[in-house]
Ligand binder design. Structure first.
Ligand code: BES
Ligand code: MN
Ligand code: ZN
Length: 484
Protein backbone atom coordinates (compact mmCIF):
# COMPACT_ATOMS: atom_id res chain seq x y z
CA UNK A 1 0.00 0.00 0.00
CA UNK A 2 1.19 3.46 -0.95
CA UNK A 3 0.80 6.16 1.70
CA UNK A 4 1.00 9.89 0.94
CA UNK A 5 0.91 12.56 3.61
CA UNK A 6 -0.37 16.03 2.72
CA UNK A 7 -1.09 19.35 4.34
CA UNK A 8 -4.23 20.76 2.76
CA UNK A 9 -8.02 20.62 2.62
CA UNK A 10 -9.21 17.09 1.92
CA UNK A 11 -12.72 18.30 1.15
CA UNK A 12 -11.45 20.20 -1.91
CA UNK A 13 -9.74 17.15 -3.46
CA UNK A 14 -11.51 14.40 -5.37
CA UNK A 15 -11.43 10.98 -3.70
CA UNK A 16 -13.32 7.65 -3.89
CA UNK A 17 -13.73 7.87 -0.15
CA UNK A 18 -12.83 10.80 2.09
CA UNK A 19 -12.80 10.15 5.82
CA UNK A 20 -13.05 13.00 8.28
CA UNK A 21 -11.96 12.16 11.83
CA UNK A 22 -13.75 14.39 14.32
CA UNK A 23 -13.07 15.10 17.99
CA UNK A 24 -16.17 14.88 20.19
CA UNK A 25 -18.35 17.99 20.00
CA UNK A 26 -15.90 19.92 17.85
CA UNK A 27 -17.43 22.02 15.03
CA UNK A 28 -17.64 20.42 11.58
CA UNK A 29 -16.46 22.33 8.50
CA UNK A 30 -19.34 24.45 7.16
CA UNK A 31 -19.49 22.49 3.89
CA UNK A 32 -20.08 19.29 5.88
CA UNK A 33 -22.35 20.69 8.59
CA UNK A 34 -24.73 21.82 5.85
CA UNK A 35 -25.18 18.19 4.75
CA UNK A 36 -26.32 16.93 8.17
CA UNK A 37 -29.14 17.32 10.59
CA UNK A 38 -27.64 18.94 13.71
CA UNK A 39 -26.74 16.33 16.40
CA UNK A 40 -26.82 13.37 13.97
CA UNK A 41 -23.06 13.15 14.38
CA UNK A 42 -21.19 14.39 17.46
CA UNK A 43 -17.82 12.67 17.05
CA UNK A 44 -18.36 10.23 19.90
CA UNK A 45 -15.79 7.40 20.10
CA UNK A 46 -16.73 4.64 17.62
CA UNK A 47 -19.51 6.77 16.05
CA UNK A 48 -19.50 6.85 12.25
CA UNK A 49 -21.70 8.15 9.46
CA UNK A 50 -21.43 7.70 5.68
CA UNK A 51 -22.65 10.58 3.52
CA UNK A 52 -23.13 10.90 -0.25
CA UNK A 53 -22.55 14.63 -0.86
CA UNK A 54 -23.72 14.56 -4.52
CA UNK A 55 -21.34 17.29 -5.65
CA UNK A 56 -21.65 19.54 -2.59
CA UNK A 57 -17.96 18.83 -1.87
CA UNK A 58 -15.27 17.31 -4.09
CA UNK A 59 -15.12 13.73 -2.70
CA UNK A 60 -17.80 11.28 -3.92
CA UNK A 61 -18.27 9.73 -0.52
CA UNK A 62 -17.61 11.17 2.90
CA UNK A 63 -17.26 9.05 6.04
CA UNK A 64 -17.33 10.80 9.40
CA UNK A 65 -15.57 8.91 12.22
CA UNK A 66 -15.75 10.00 15.85
CA UNK A 67 -12.50 10.16 17.81
CA UNK A 68 -14.08 10.69 21.21
CA UNK A 69 -12.85 13.17 23.78
CA UNK A 70 -9.75 15.21 22.89
CA UNK A 71 -8.09 14.40 26.22
CA UNK A 72 -8.21 10.62 25.55
CA UNK A 73 -6.72 10.82 22.08
CA UNK A 74 -3.64 8.66 21.52
CA UNK A 75 -1.70 6.86 18.81
CA UNK A 76 -4.11 3.97 19.34
CA UNK A 77 -7.04 6.22 18.37
CA UNK A 78 -5.26 7.03 15.10
CA UNK A 79 -4.42 3.33 14.52
CA UNK A 80 -8.01 2.23 15.05
CA UNK A 81 -9.45 5.09 12.97
CA UNK A 82 -7.11 4.28 10.07
CA UNK A 83 -8.21 0.62 10.23
CA UNK A 84 -11.91 1.58 10.17
CA UNK A 85 -11.32 3.93 7.21
CA UNK A 86 -9.37 1.33 5.23
CA UNK A 87 -12.01 -1.33 5.87
CA UNK A 88 -14.80 1.00 4.78
CA UNK A 89 -12.90 1.66 1.55
CA UNK A 90 -12.60 -2.09 1.00
CA UNK A 91 -16.31 -2.66 1.76
CA UNK A 92 -17.21 0.04 -0.79
CA UNK A 93 -14.79 -1.42 -3.37
CA UNK A 94 -12.79 1.79 -3.39
CA UNK A 95 -9.12 1.24 -4.22
CA UNK A 96 -8.04 4.39 -2.43
CA UNK A 97 -9.10 6.57 0.47
CA UNK A 98 -8.09 9.79 2.18
CA UNK A 99 -8.26 10.51 5.90
CA UNK A 100 -8.11 13.95 7.48
CA UNK A 101 -7.10 14.15 11.14
CA UNK A 102 -7.82 17.21 13.30
CA UNK A 103 -5.16 19.81 12.50
CA UNK A 104 -4.40 20.54 16.16
CA UNK A 105 -3.49 16.97 17.29
CA UNK A 106 -1.19 16.99 20.31
CA UNK A 107 0.78 13.96 19.06
CA UNK A 108 4.27 13.67 17.61
CA UNK A 109 4.01 13.72 13.77
CA UNK A 110 6.17 10.61 13.30
CA UNK A 111 3.99 8.75 15.81
CA UNK A 112 0.87 9.81 13.91
CA UNK A 113 2.28 8.66 10.57
CA UNK A 114 3.38 5.33 12.05
CA UNK A 115 0.02 4.67 13.72
CA UNK A 116 -1.87 5.57 10.54
CA UNK A 117 0.21 3.16 8.44
CA UNK A 118 -0.06 0.35 11.00
CA UNK A 119 -3.82 0.74 11.31
CA UNK A 120 -4.44 1.00 7.57
CA UNK A 121 -2.29 -1.99 6.61
CA UNK A 122 -3.30 -4.25 9.49
CA UNK A 123 -6.97 -3.29 9.14
CA UNK A 124 -6.88 -4.74 5.63
CA UNK A 125 -5.27 -8.02 6.72
CA UNK A 126 -7.13 -11.19 5.76
CA UNK A 127 -5.72 -14.71 5.78
CA UNK A 128 -6.73 -15.98 2.33
CA UNK A 129 -3.90 -18.37 1.54
CA UNK A 130 -6.19 -21.40 1.24
CA UNK A 131 -9.21 -19.81 -0.47
CA UNK A 132 -9.27 -21.28 -3.98
CA UNK A 133 -12.11 -19.11 -5.33
CA UNK A 134 -10.96 -15.73 -6.57
CA UNK A 135 -12.44 -13.55 -3.85
CA UNK A 136 -14.16 -10.28 -4.49
CA UNK A 137 -12.12 -8.21 -2.01
CA UNK A 138 -10.62 -5.19 -3.77
CA UNK A 139 -7.04 -4.21 -3.10
CA UNK A 140 -6.92 -0.85 -1.39
CA UNK A 141 -3.66 0.30 -2.91
CA UNK A 142 -3.33 3.89 -1.81
CA UNK A 143 -4.10 6.00 1.23
CA UNK A 144 -3.64 9.73 1.70
CA UNK A 145 -3.32 11.26 5.15
CA UNK A 146 -4.14 14.95 5.63
CA UNK A 147 -2.49 16.64 8.58
CA UNK A 148 -2.21 20.24 9.81
CA UNK A 149 1.59 20.48 9.58
CA UNK A 150 4.86 18.51 9.51
CA UNK A 151 3.99 16.41 6.46
CA UNK A 152 7.60 15.23 6.00
CA UNK A 153 8.00 13.96 9.56
CA UNK A 154 4.58 12.29 9.34
CA UNK A 155 5.52 10.67 6.02
CA UNK A 156 8.76 9.32 7.52
CA UNK A 157 6.73 7.83 10.38
CA UNK A 158 4.34 6.25 7.88
CA UNK A 159 7.22 4.41 6.17
CA UNK A 160 8.35 3.03 9.53
CA UNK A 161 4.75 2.02 10.25
CA UNK A 162 4.49 0.12 6.96
CA UNK A 163 7.66 -1.83 7.81
CA UNK A 164 6.34 -2.65 11.25
CA UNK A 165 2.98 -3.74 9.86
CA UNK A 166 4.90 -5.96 7.42
CA UNK A 167 6.51 -7.74 10.37
CA UNK A 168 3.13 -8.16 12.06
CA UNK A 169 1.74 -9.57 8.81
CA UNK A 170 4.52 -12.16 8.65
CA UNK A 171 3.79 -13.20 12.24
CA UNK A 172 0.03 -13.43 11.57
CA UNK A 173 0.54 -15.51 8.43
CA UNK A 174 2.76 -17.96 10.33
CA UNK A 175 0.32 -18.27 13.24
CA UNK A 176 -2.78 -18.59 11.03
CA UNK A 177 -0.96 -21.16 8.88
CA UNK A 178 -2.05 -24.72 9.64
CA UNK A 179 0.15 -27.20 11.47
CA UNK A 180 0.61 -29.34 8.37
CA UNK A 181 2.12 -26.38 6.53
CA UNK A 182 3.99 -24.56 9.28
CA UNK A 183 6.35 -27.20 10.66
CA UNK A 184 9.63 -26.69 12.53
CA UNK A 185 11.40 -27.24 9.19
CA UNK A 186 9.36 -24.44 7.61
CA UNK A 187 10.16 -22.06 10.49
CA UNK A 188 13.84 -22.86 9.86
CA UNK A 189 13.43 -22.08 6.17
CA UNK A 190 11.68 -18.81 7.04
CA UNK A 191 14.66 -17.82 9.19
CA UNK A 192 17.01 -18.58 6.29
CA UNK A 193 14.91 -16.50 3.87
CA UNK A 194 15.06 -13.53 6.28
CA UNK A 195 18.81 -14.03 6.56
CA UNK A 196 19.21 -13.84 2.77
CA UNK A 197 17.02 -10.76 2.52
CA UNK A 198 18.44 -8.71 5.40
CA UNK A 199 21.96 -10.05 5.75
CA UNK A 200 21.44 -11.80 9.10
CA UNK A 201 23.78 -14.61 10.14
CA UNK A 202 21.36 -17.55 10.45
CA UNK A 203 22.04 -20.97 11.96
CA UNK A 204 19.42 -23.71 11.81
CA UNK A 205 20.20 -26.88 13.75
CA UNK A 206 18.57 -30.13 12.61
CA UNK A 207 17.91 -33.18 14.76
CA UNK A 208 21.37 -34.69 14.27
CA UNK A 209 23.03 -31.40 15.24
CA UNK A 210 20.71 -30.96 18.24
CA UNK A 211 21.68 -34.46 19.38
CA UNK A 212 25.39 -33.83 18.90
CA UNK A 213 25.19 -30.54 20.80
CA UNK A 214 22.99 -31.72 23.68
CA UNK A 215 19.68 -29.90 23.18
CA UNK A 216 17.93 -32.59 25.21
CA UNK A 217 14.86 -30.50 26.08
CA UNK A 218 13.90 -29.69 22.47
CA UNK A 219 14.71 -33.27 21.43
CA UNK A 220 12.49 -34.78 24.15
CA UNK A 221 9.48 -32.66 23.25
CA UNK A 222 9.95 -33.37 19.52
CA UNK A 223 10.72 -37.09 19.74
CA UNK A 224 7.10 -38.24 19.35
CA UNK A 225 6.65 -36.49 16.00
CA UNK A 226 7.54 -37.45 12.45
CA UNK A 227 8.39 -33.75 12.04
CA UNK A 228 11.98 -33.11 13.12
CA UNK A 229 12.58 -30.35 15.66
CA UNK A 230 14.65 -27.30 14.79
CA UNK A 231 16.61 -24.72 16.76
CA UNK A 232 17.47 -21.49 15.03
CA UNK A 233 19.55 -18.40 15.68
CA UNK A 234 19.10 -15.24 13.64
CA UNK A 235 21.75 -12.63 14.31
CA UNK A 236 21.55 -8.98 13.29
CA UNK A 237 24.63 -6.83 13.87
CA UNK A 238 27.40 -7.98 16.16
CA UNK A 239 28.69 -7.54 19.68
CA UNK A 240 30.59 -4.28 20.10
CA UNK A 241 31.54 -1.95 22.92
CA UNK A 242 28.58 0.37 23.56
CA UNK A 243 26.15 -1.67 21.45
CA UNK A 244 23.41 -3.40 23.45
CA UNK A 245 22.92 -7.11 22.75
CA UNK A 246 19.27 -8.13 23.00
CA UNK A 247 18.25 -11.79 22.79
CA UNK A 248 14.68 -12.56 21.73
CA UNK A 249 13.68 -16.16 22.46
CA UNK A 250 10.50 -17.62 20.95
CA UNK A 251 8.48 -20.76 21.71
CA UNK A 252 7.85 -22.49 18.38
CA UNK A 253 5.60 -25.48 19.04
CA UNK A 254 4.07 -25.80 15.59
CA UNK A 255 1.28 -27.98 16.96
CA UNK A 256 0.58 -28.82 20.58
CA UNK A 257 -1.58 -31.92 21.01
CA UNK A 258 -0.43 -32.11 24.61
CA UNK A 259 1.49 -35.29 23.78
CA UNK A 260 0.74 -38.37 25.92
CA UNK A 261 -0.97 -36.01 28.43
CA UNK A 262 -3.28 -35.31 25.50
CA UNK A 263 -5.53 -32.26 25.26
CA UNK A 264 -9.32 -32.49 24.79
CA UNK A 265 -10.49 -32.52 21.15
CA UNK A 266 -12.58 -29.37 21.54
CA UNK A 267 -10.66 -26.45 20.01
CA UNK A 268 -7.48 -28.48 19.72
CA UNK A 269 -7.23 -27.07 16.17
CA UNK A 270 -6.30 -23.72 17.71
CA UNK A 271 -3.07 -25.23 19.01
CA UNK A 272 -1.53 -24.47 15.62
CA UNK A 273 -1.00 -21.06 17.26
CA UNK A 274 1.49 -22.47 19.78
CA UNK A 275 4.35 -21.00 17.76
CA UNK A 276 3.13 -17.43 18.34
CA UNK A 277 6.31 -16.56 20.25
CA UNK A 278 8.49 -17.80 17.39
CA UNK A 279 6.35 -15.86 14.91
CA UNK A 280 6.75 -12.67 16.95
CA UNK A 281 10.53 -13.12 16.98
CA UNK A 282 10.62 -13.70 13.20
CA UNK A 283 8.33 -10.72 12.56
CA UNK A 284 10.40 -8.47 14.83
CA UNK A 285 13.65 -9.61 13.18
CA UNK A 286 12.20 -8.69 9.78
CA UNK A 287 11.47 -5.16 11.04
CA UNK A 288 14.92 -4.89 12.66
CA UNK A 289 16.40 -5.74 9.25
CA UNK A 290 14.18 -3.26 7.40
CA UNK A 291 14.89 -0.43 9.81
CA UNK A 292 18.58 -1.41 10.05
CA UNK A 293 18.53 -0.78 13.81
CA UNK A 294 22.07 -0.11 15.10
CA UNK A 295 21.85 -2.85 17.74
CA UNK A 296 23.01 -6.43 18.19
CA UNK A 297 19.76 -8.42 18.11
CA UNK A 298 19.76 -12.21 18.37
CA UNK A 299 16.55 -14.08 17.56
CA UNK A 300 16.47 -17.59 19.03
CA UNK A 301 13.70 -20.07 18.22
CA UNK A 302 13.01 -23.43 19.83
CA UNK A 303 10.73 -25.41 17.56
CA UNK A 304 9.14 -28.84 17.75
CA UNK A 305 5.79 -30.55 17.28
CA UNK A 306 4.30 -32.05 20.46
CA UNK A 307 2.72 -35.38 19.51
CA UNK A 308 1.74 -38.63 21.24
CA UNK A 309 3.31 -41.76 19.75
CA UNK A 310 5.24 -44.83 20.79
CA UNK A 311 8.37 -42.69 20.54
CA UNK A 312 6.95 -39.80 22.52
CA UNK A 313 8.27 -38.67 25.89
CA UNK A 314 6.06 -39.76 28.76
CA UNK A 315 4.89 -38.58 32.19
CA UNK A 316 7.52 -39.68 34.68
CA UNK A 317 10.40 -39.48 32.22
CA UNK A 318 13.47 -37.64 33.43
CA UNK A 319 15.26 -35.73 30.71
CA UNK A 320 18.40 -33.64 30.40
CA UNK A 321 18.76 -30.13 29.00
CA UNK A 322 21.46 -28.12 27.25
CA UNK A 323 22.28 -26.60 30.65
CA UNK A 324 22.90 -30.01 32.21
CA UNK A 325 19.99 -29.58 34.61
CA UNK A 326 17.52 -32.47 34.75
CA UNK A 327 13.73 -32.26 34.45
CA UNK A 328 11.13 -34.68 35.74
CA UNK A 329 8.27 -34.60 33.21
CA UNK A 330 5.01 -34.76 35.13
CA UNK A 331 2.84 -33.57 32.24
CA UNK A 332 3.89 -33.73 28.59
CA UNK A 333 1.56 -30.81 27.87
CA UNK A 334 3.86 -28.46 29.79
CA UNK A 335 6.27 -28.70 26.85
CA UNK A 336 6.88 -25.01 26.10
CA UNK A 337 8.99 -24.44 29.20
CA UNK A 338 11.10 -27.49 28.30
CA UNK A 339 12.04 -26.26 24.81
CA UNK A 340 12.60 -22.74 26.18
CA UNK A 341 14.97 -24.13 28.82
CA UNK A 342 17.43 -24.94 26.03
CA UNK A 343 16.89 -21.63 24.20
CA UNK A 344 17.23 -19.47 27.31
CA UNK A 345 20.38 -21.27 28.41
CA UNK A 346 21.82 -20.86 24.92
CA UNK A 347 21.11 -17.10 24.99
CA UNK A 348 23.59 -16.65 27.85
CA UNK A 349 26.52 -17.23 25.50
CA UNK A 350 25.90 -13.77 23.97
CA UNK A 351 26.51 -12.05 27.32
CA UNK A 352 23.26 -10.17 26.59
CA UNK A 353 22.13 -6.80 27.88
CA UNK A 354 18.64 -8.29 28.00
CA UNK A 355 16.89 -11.60 27.30
CA UNK A 356 13.20 -11.49 26.43
CA UNK A 357 11.24 -14.65 25.76
CA UNK A 358 7.79 -14.81 24.21
CA UNK A 359 5.65 -17.91 24.58
CA UNK A 360 2.06 -19.08 24.38
CA UNK A 361 2.93 -20.79 27.62
CA UNK A 362 -0.08 -21.27 29.90
CA UNK A 363 -3.85 -21.41 29.97
CA UNK A 364 -3.47 -19.92 33.46
CA UNK A 365 -2.44 -16.53 32.04
CA UNK A 366 -5.72 -16.45 30.09
CA UNK A 367 -7.59 -17.02 33.34
CA UNK A 368 -5.62 -14.22 35.00
CA UNK A 369 -5.62 -11.49 32.33
CA UNK A 370 -8.04 -12.52 29.59
CA UNK A 371 -7.29 -11.38 26.04
CA UNK A 372 -6.38 -7.76 26.84
CA UNK A 373 -2.88 -8.00 28.28
CA UNK A 374 0.25 -10.12 27.98
CA UNK A 375 1.58 -11.56 31.23
CA UNK A 376 5.05 -10.38 32.22
CA UNK A 377 7.55 -11.51 34.86
CA UNK A 378 11.29 -11.70 35.18
CA UNK A 379 14.46 -10.68 36.93
CA UNK A 380 14.98 -7.06 35.87
CA UNK A 381 12.65 -4.28 36.94
CA UNK A 382 14.43 -1.89 34.58
CA UNK A 383 13.63 -4.17 31.63
CA UNK A 384 10.07 -4.72 32.87
CA UNK A 385 9.55 -0.94 33.02
CA UNK A 386 10.85 -0.54 29.47
CA UNK A 387 8.39 -3.18 28.29
CA UNK A 388 5.51 -1.58 30.21
CA UNK A 389 6.21 1.72 28.48
CA UNK A 390 6.50 0.02 25.07
CA UNK A 391 3.19 -1.69 25.82
CA UNK A 392 1.45 1.62 26.49
CA UNK A 393 2.82 3.23 23.32
CA UNK A 394 1.88 0.29 21.07
CA UNK A 395 -1.30 -0.75 22.91
CA UNK A 396 0.28 -4.24 23.10
CA UNK A 397 -0.08 -3.94 26.83
CA UNK A 398 1.78 -6.07 29.33
CA UNK A 399 0.95 -6.63 32.99
CA UNK A 400 3.57 -7.66 35.48
CA UNK A 401 3.19 -10.57 37.88
CA UNK A 402 5.54 -11.28 40.79
CA UNK A 403 8.32 -13.85 40.56
CA UNK A 404 9.29 -14.39 44.20
CA UNK A 405 11.51 -17.32 45.20
CA UNK A 406 8.46 -19.24 46.40
CA UNK A 407 7.29 -19.58 42.80
CA UNK A 408 10.64 -21.07 41.80
CA UNK A 409 10.46 -23.46 44.74
CA UNK A 410 7.15 -24.79 43.35
CA UNK A 411 9.12 -26.30 40.47
CA UNK A 412 11.65 -28.34 42.50
CA UNK A 413 11.47 -32.09 41.94
CA UNK A 414 12.10 -34.76 44.57
CA UNK A 415 14.20 -36.84 42.22
CA UNK A 416 15.44 -34.45 39.48
CA UNK A 417 16.54 -30.80 39.55
CA UNK A 418 13.17 -29.52 38.35
CA UNK A 419 9.69 -30.80 37.58
CA UNK A 420 7.74 -29.33 34.71
CA UNK A 421 4.46 -28.59 36.49
CA UNK A 422 3.81 -26.81 39.75
CA UNK A 423 0.10 -27.40 40.22
CA UNK A 424 -2.96 -25.45 39.15
CA UNK A 425 -2.70 -22.38 41.36
CA UNK A 426 -0.42 -19.62 40.11
CA UNK A 427 0.30 -21.73 37.04
CA UNK A 428 1.43 -18.84 34.84
CA UNK A 429 3.94 -17.67 37.45
CA UNK A 430 5.30 -21.07 38.42
CA UNK A 431 5.97 -21.59 34.69
CA UNK A 432 8.03 -18.38 34.84
CA UNK A 433 9.70 -19.72 37.98
CA UNK A 434 10.77 -22.79 35.98
CA UNK A 435 12.24 -20.66 33.18
CA UNK A 436 14.19 -18.55 35.68
CA UNK A 437 16.47 -21.55 36.34
CA UNK A 438 17.93 -21.27 32.84
CA UNK A 439 18.83 -17.58 32.45
CA UNK A 440 21.64 -17.29 35.00
CA UNK A 441 22.03 -13.75 36.32
CA UNK A 442 21.17 -11.99 33.05
CA UNK A 443 18.39 -9.38 32.96
CA UNK A 444 15.46 -11.42 31.69
CA UNK A 445 11.74 -10.98 31.06
CA UNK A 446 9.23 -13.67 30.17
CA UNK A 447 6.13 -12.65 28.20
CA UNK A 448 3.25 -15.15 28.30
CA UNK A 449 1.23 -14.38 25.16
CA UNK A 450 -1.18 -17.36 25.38
CA UNK A 451 -4.13 -14.98 25.83
CA UNK A 452 -3.09 -12.31 23.34
CA UNK A 453 -1.63 -14.14 20.33
CA UNK A 454 -5.01 -15.38 19.14
CA UNK A 455 -8.49 -13.82 19.35
CA UNK A 456 -11.81 -15.57 18.85
CA UNK A 457 -13.27 -12.38 17.37
CA UNK A 458 -11.83 -9.06 16.25
CA UNK A 459 -11.55 -7.18 19.56
CA UNK A 460 -9.97 -4.18 17.79
CA UNK A 461 -10.58 -2.71 14.31
CA UNK A 462 -7.11 -3.80 13.15
CA UNK A 463 -7.55 -7.38 14.35
CA UNK A 464 -9.27 -10.23 12.56
CA UNK A 465 -10.39 -13.49 14.14
CA UNK A 466 -7.28 -15.62 14.64
CA UNK A 467 -3.68 -14.46 14.84
CA UNK A 468 -2.97 -10.96 16.17
CA UNK A 469 0.79 -10.93 15.51
CA UNK A 470 1.19 -9.81 19.13
CA UNK A 471 4.72 -9.04 20.26
CA UNK A 472 6.12 -7.69 16.99
CA UNK A 473 5.11 -4.07 17.58
CA UNK A 474 5.98 -4.34 21.28
CA UNK A 475 9.48 -5.71 20.61
CA UNK A 476 10.23 -3.18 17.88
CA UNK A 477 9.19 -0.35 20.20
CA UNK A 478 11.40 -1.76 22.97
CA UNK A 479 14.38 -2.13 20.62
CA UNK A 480 14.01 1.38 19.18
CA UNK A 481 14.23 2.59 22.78
CA UNK A 482 17.79 1.21 22.97
CA UNK A 483 18.92 3.19 19.91
CA UNK A 484 21.08 6.13 21.16
N1 BES B 1 0.35 -24.20 24.61
C1 BES B 1 -0.23 -24.45 25.89
C2 BES B 1 -0.80 -23.19 26.54
C3 BES B 1 -1.96 -22.56 25.84
C4 BES B 1 -3.25 -22.86 26.25
C5 BES B 1 -1.79 -21.64 24.84
C6 BES B 1 -4.33 -22.28 25.62
C7 BES B 1 -2.85 -21.04 24.21
C8 BES B 1 -4.13 -21.37 24.61
C9 BES B 1 0.81 -25.05 26.81
O1 BES B 1 1.76 -25.85 26.19
C10 BES B 1 0.10 -25.88 27.80
O2 BES B 1 -0.50 -26.84 27.39
N2 BES B 1 0.16 -25.51 29.08
C11 BES B 1 -0.49 -26.25 30.11
C12 BES B 1 0.48 -26.37 31.26
C13 BES B 1 0.00 -27.29 32.35
C14 BES B 1 -0.04 -28.72 31.83
C15 BES B 1 0.93 -27.16 33.52
C16 BES B 1 -1.74 -25.48 30.52
O3 BES B 1 -1.71 -24.26 30.58
O4 BES B 1 -2.75 -26.13 30.73
MN1 MN C 1 1.11 -27.81 25.97
ZN1 ZN D 1 2.17 -25.46 24.25
Amino acid sequence: MQITVRVGDMLRESADLAVLAVIEDSPLPMSVARLLEPDDFRGLAKQSLLIYPRGAIAPRRLLLIGLGKAGLLSAETVRQTAALAAQKAQDLKATSFALALPTNLALDPAVVGQAFAEGAKLGLYHYLRYKTDPHELVNVTSATLYVGSAADATQAGALVGLSIAGGVTLARDLVNGPGNAITPTVLGETALVLGERYGFAVTVLDKAQLTAQGFHGILAVGQGSAQEPRFMVIEHGSAAEGTPTICLVGKGITFDTGGISIKPADKMDEMKMDMGGAAAVLGAMQVVGELKLPLHVVGIICSAENMPSSNAYKPGDIIGTLSGKTIEVLNTDAEGRIVLADGLFYAQRYNPTAIIDLATLTGAIMVALGPHATGMMGTSQELADRLSRAGEVTAERVWQLPLWDEYRDMMKSDIADLKNTGGRYGGAISAGGFLASFVGDYPWIHLDIAGTAWVERATRPYYTKGATGIGVRLLVQLLRGYVE
